[in-house]
Design a protein around this ligand. Structure first.
Ligand code: DP6
Length: 329
């Protein structure tokens, strides 16, 4: 079936996980072993435009200013194929995706990229999905992308099937004026993808212990977000970040993401906290640190972070909106 040229643009925030997604029960469907909880990042966005056009010979994928091939293109084309199957079309597409933040900053670009791509592609294909359906679709592109679909704070319920694994809003963006200061200590591209990390996670002897302990921590983080309890959230955040890396370090083969600079920032945060500055760290699968604090302390923390010799950049984020359509630029 041929159709006229159809175009849509969507914007999505990336997100930072308070409770991490690490390990897939079903890697094809990206059904995780555990629920996770996150906050959308207001200053870390992807803008994606999808144009379905029969005049195109093949799919074209542009990320930043460059047309990409290889694995990056295949991953986007596989996602377009999912949307084409849903819309019952075969039309090739041009995808142009641009991040507001540089790669290698420790901000998950796949989360914002696949949330924005899911909405732009389905809208361009003439489909209207519910938030739940969109979250399920985004999850197939990148697990953490399902959490970027709802606004503010999101809770990804692991589920047991494609239709039951999606994120819902835990609280809207204006519920809590939290800040995530992304502390960039390295801009090197990571050598190990999160997909590899997910597949190795169950080889750690601590993996199943973590799963057994998680329901308590999930309930604690959920309550801490709802009650705006930074101390409880912060303690859970730090334990969770350390456990992610404990599992990575004890996977077979082990995955080393941390560097001396990561530990320097963590030690500084602990010292500042002892001095009365309430801030807590979390980490993703990389060396950069995310500092979670409340607004009144954000400027002081930012100044102190910027004075550390290992810190290259600090990117401040508030709780961000959900994925949405915008006018095509
Ligand atoms: C450590 O969502 O990047 O950031 O599904 O393979 O794209 P894929 O993995 P991805 O994994 C995120 C891992 C994490 C923790 C988290 O965001 O929950």
């Amino acid at each position: 079936m041929t159709m006229p040229v159809r175009r849509a643009t969507a914007i999505s925030c990336s997100n930072i996980a308070f409770i991490k997604y690490w390990g897939n029960r079903d890697p094809e469907l990206r059904l995780p072993w555990n629920d996770s909880i996150s906050m959308n990042l207001s200053n870390a966005t992807t803008l994606a435009t999808v144009t379905f056009d029969d005049a195109l010979g093949d799919d074209v994928v542009v990320i930043g200013d460059e047309e990409v091939g290889g694995a990056a293109r295949r991953r986007v084309v596989a996602h377009l194929d999912r949307v084409r199957a849903m819309a019952d079309i075969t039309t090739p597409a041009r995808v142009v995706s641009r991040n507001s933040f540089p790669m290698g900053t420790g901000i998950a670009s796949s989360a914002s990229a696949f949330a924005a791509l899911s909405l732009a592609a389905t809208a361009a294909a003439g489909l209207t999905l519910s938030e739940r359906e969109l979250s399920c679709l985004a999850r197939l592109g990148s697990g953490s992308a399902c959490r970027s679909v709802p606004a503010g704070f999101a809770w990804w319920q692991a589920g047991t099937s494609h239709e039951t694994s999606y994120a819902v809003q835990l609280a809207p963006p204006d519920h809590w004026d939290l800040r995530d200061l992304v502390v960039v200590v390295s801009t090197q591209h990571k050598a190990v993808t999160s997909a590899e990390g997910h597949s190795l996670a169950p080889t750690s002897p601590f993996f199943h212990q973590r799963l057994a302990d998680l329901p308590t921590r999930l309930a604690m983080v959920r309550r801490a977000v709802l009650e705006r309890d930074l101390e409880t959230l912060g303690q859970a955040l730090e334990s969770e970040a350390i456990e992610l890396h404990l599992i990575a370090l004890t996977s077979r083969p082990p995955l080393h993401y941390l560097t001396p600079a990561t530990l320097q920032v963590i030690h500084a945060v602990q010292t500042w906290r002892a001095e009365g500055l309430p801030a807590y760290f979390t980490l993703d699968a990389g060396p950069n640190v995310h500092l979670i604090c409340e607004t009144p302390y954000a400027d002081e923390l930012r100044t102190r972070l910027s004075s550390l010799p290992s810190v290259k950049e600090v990117i401040a984020n508030a709780p961000g909106p959900g994925v949405r359509l915008v006018d095509t630029p």
